[in-house]
Design a binder for this molecule. Structure first.
Ligand SMILES: Cc1cc2nc3c(=O)[nH]c(=O)nc-3n(C[C@H](O)[C@H](O)[C@H](O)COP(=O)(O)OP(=O)(O)OC[C@H]3O[C@@H](n4cnc5c(N)ncnc54)[C@H](O)[C@@H]3O)c2cc1C
Ligand SMILES: NC(=O)c1ccc[n+]([C@@H]2O[C@H](COP(=O)([O-])OP(=O)(O)OC[C@H]3O[C@@H](n4cnc5c(N)ncnc54)[C@H](O)[C@@H]3O)[C@@H](O)[C@H]2O)c1
Length: 576
């Protein structure tokens, strides 16, 4: 442990006595399931048993040194004016999903933990992101199905015309956010995380100030500080947001009205998911995309298929290769005006007039006012620079001792579960176990109907890497049309695609478009995370008839060279 402390350049020497035993006492079955990083929305009850056990332990734990709980002793040395003893082992600035995941895991590891939140617990994901958007998408899915006469007829079903109540749909999204926010808050309170209200900033190494903006008057010290302050919508210059007719996802999620015609600027995740919602609720959509094709972030083959399934049959048109240069909200009886310019030449192409415009052009890190200059850290376009262990780097590229940054604020991967996984990885390190998150194994999903999911590299990325490193790349594909369950559901549209190395059997990337793609991707992402090769998993048995057989077929259809390896773990004999 001490070697670890030295190698990380800690200002304090920390000894862990019995932390491992306190962690393993957390739950009878598995310590990781004792306090999950991101409380599953429906599964809070399941973890309560584990949580209350930890609470009991915390209540009887001797206070020990300030900041010490459950066998943790802090022997701090004053270095560079850093405090000699600490109020907390870990202070997290920002109670979004990243901060929440880190806080739960910190307590599981026996660390005295506080989380500072300047707004409401849950951050973007719970209040203005994943959670309310998935509530709207749930309505979108049902409306689509109930209004798809052709589909229902094929199943032998007849229904009267389906209608929706806009306010009730909006309430569903808002109520869900409130419920999940409560769950997250309770899950932290229950295990003894101190939730401190106010805007936090780093005022010196291992010192955080917090309070009302401009009046931050409370100071706390922590052996380790984690910045988890997230992001806000990025609005390009020239676009005037009034929150009524020109708005970002923050406003759109409130569903205050359904425009007849809405322009969606940007065809990334947010643009695509909202196009699914708006077209299901009756709007016509016009995409404006700066790059040469729609959905430029996806594997091109999946993007093409997505265009065939999610764009062309719907009331959606698009302008690609154009920037929304200037957008003026509707006023004085005039509609929203959008000036389009050619992305390359910057020549004005045309002006669109629409009822509303949703700006979905990416997100900016929320890192202003964090006081990072006090520890010699210079942000890059607002993002906090970190190494592969999420340790913050200073202006000279050196690690800043005891300072980490996770989630959207570091810009490595702007996804809720990535933020949470980074938080867990940091806590593992703080608790004395080295840990590097393999971002290539982190899945992503777009919750359209049908869904799109992916993990690892796209085909062009894999081919570029193969050329650089000199290995061969193969591609396997399976169709949902060959899957009994998908056909039974009359949902045969879809494709799964795997990019792999035929010489080693290594999975480089998997992309799925089809029914429940967001759930199906985990077999592939877990295989990558575990370092399993295709040989390890191609004989795994899948229940019939299930959608998971789409991936079963995919793994089986890979053509491997004779010497393709089985990973060491999988080669061990298994007792049956
Ligand atoms: C419309 C939309 C839909 C999305 N859907 C998905 C999805 O389906 N799946 C997915 O994986 N991701 C999704 N995302 C992305 C996801 O929401 C983010 O990646 C995730 O919220 C990042 O978590 P975070 O903890 O880094 O930051 P955030 O969730 O942004 O939380 C940061 C918190 O820090 C607080 N804070 C900031 N500065 C300070 C300060 N100085 N002091 C104290 N507190 C501070 C903020 O108030 C906030 O509560 C979506 C995003 C949007 C906008
Ligand atoms: N299901 C999910 O996991 C989910 C859902 C929503 C959001 N998110 C996260 O939120 C983040 C933000 O999403 P997003 O969709 O806003 O960003 P994005 O980066 O996914 O897409 C932004 C798109 O806007 C285009 N663009 C930028 N400026 C433009 C301009 N002036 N005119 C026209 N087009 C322009 C870009 O070329 C790009 O295609 C993403 O990083 C994503 O990870 C995830």
């Amino acid at each position: 442990m001490e070697a670890m402390a030295v190698s990380r350049g800690l200002a304090s020497a920390v000894r862990f006595d019995g932390v491992a035993s306190s962690a393993s006492s957390c739950s009878s079955s598995s310590s990781s399931s004792c306090v999950p990083a991101l409380v599953s929305y429906s599964g809070l009850k399941r973890i309560n048993a584990g949580v209350s056990k930890v609470v009991r332990e915390l209540r009887v734990a001797p206070a020990g040194a300030r900041g010490g709980v459950r066998g943790l002793r802090v022997e701090a040395a004053a270095v560079n004016g850093a405090p000699q003893s600490f109020d907390y082992d870990v202070v997290i600035i920002g109670a979004g999903v990243g901060g929440h995941g880190a806080a739960l895991h910190a307590v599981e590891k026996g660390l005295k933990t506080a989380i500072v939140e300047g707004d409401v617990v849950g951050g973007t994901c719970v209040n203005r992101g994943c959670v309310p958007s998935k509530a709207l998408l749930a309505v979108s899915g049902r409306m689509r199905e109930l209004r798809d006469e052709h589909h229902l007829k094929a199943l032998g079903i007849q229904v009267a015309a389906a209608e929706y109540d806009r306010q009730a749909v909006a309430d569903h999204a808002n109520n869900l956010a409130t419920k999940i926010r409560g769950n997250l808050t309770n899950s932290m309170k229950a295990i003894g995380v101190d939730i401190l209200t106010g805007v936090g900033s780093v005022v010196a190494p291992q010192v955080v100030k917090y309070g009302r903006i401009g009046f931050a008057d409370k100071t706390i010290t922590a052996r380790d500080i984690i910045i988890a302050t997230g992001s806000v919508p990025f609005v390009p210059p020239g676009i005037e947001v009034d929150g009524k007719t020109v708005f970002t996802s923050d406003h759109a999620l409130k569903l205050e009205w359904i425009p007849e015609w809405i322009a969606i600027v940007g065809s990334g995740y947010i643009g695509l998911e909202f196009s699914d919602v708006y077209t299901a609720l009756g709007s016509e959509v016009t995409f404006i995309e700066a790059l040469d094709g729609l959905m430029p972030g996806f594997d091109p083959e999946i993007g093409k298929l997505a265009q065939r399934i999610l764009i062309n049959p719907r009331k959606i048109d698009y302008h690609v290769g154009v920037l929304a240069k200037k957008i003026t909200p509707a006023k004085n009886g005039k509609p929203v005006q959008i000036e389009l310019v050619d992305t390359k030449t910057k020549e004005v192409k045309e002006t669109l007039e629409v009822d509303a415009a949703l700006i979905a052009t990416g997100r900016s890190p929320f890192t202003k006012g964090l006081g990072l200059e006090k520890v010699n850290v210079v942000t890059q376009r607002g993002f906090v620079p970190v190494d592969e262990r999420m340790q913050v780097l200073d202006a000279e590229g050196n690690k800043v001792p005891n300072l980490f940054c996770i989630g959207d604020a570091n810009g490595k991967m702007m996804l809720a579960h990535a933020a949470s996984a980074q938080g867990i990885s940091v806590i593992e390190q703080i608790a004395g176990r080295d840990n590097v998150l393999n971002h290539n194994s982190v899945p992503a999903a777009c919750f359209t109907h049908p869904e799109i999911s992916m993990v690892g590299l796209t085909e062009p990325q894999a081919r570029a890497l193969a050329e650089k490193e000199g290995f061969k790349v193969s591609v396997a594909k399976t169709s949902f049309k060959a899957n009994t369950k998908a056909l039974a559901e009359n949902e045969g549209d879809g494709l799964a695609k795997m990019i792999y190395r035929p010489d080693t059997g290594e999975i480089l990337g998997v992309h799925i478009l089809g029914l429940h793609a967001a759930d199906l991707i985990h077999e592939a992402s877990n295989a990558i995370a575990m370092g399993n090769t295709i040989k390890d998993i191609k004989f795994a048995v899948h229940a019939h008839p299930t959608l998971s057989e789409v991936l079963d077929e995919l793994f089986k259809s890979a053509h491997l060279e004779d010497h393709a390896v089985v990973s060491e773990k999988a080669a061990e004999p298994v007792a049956v």
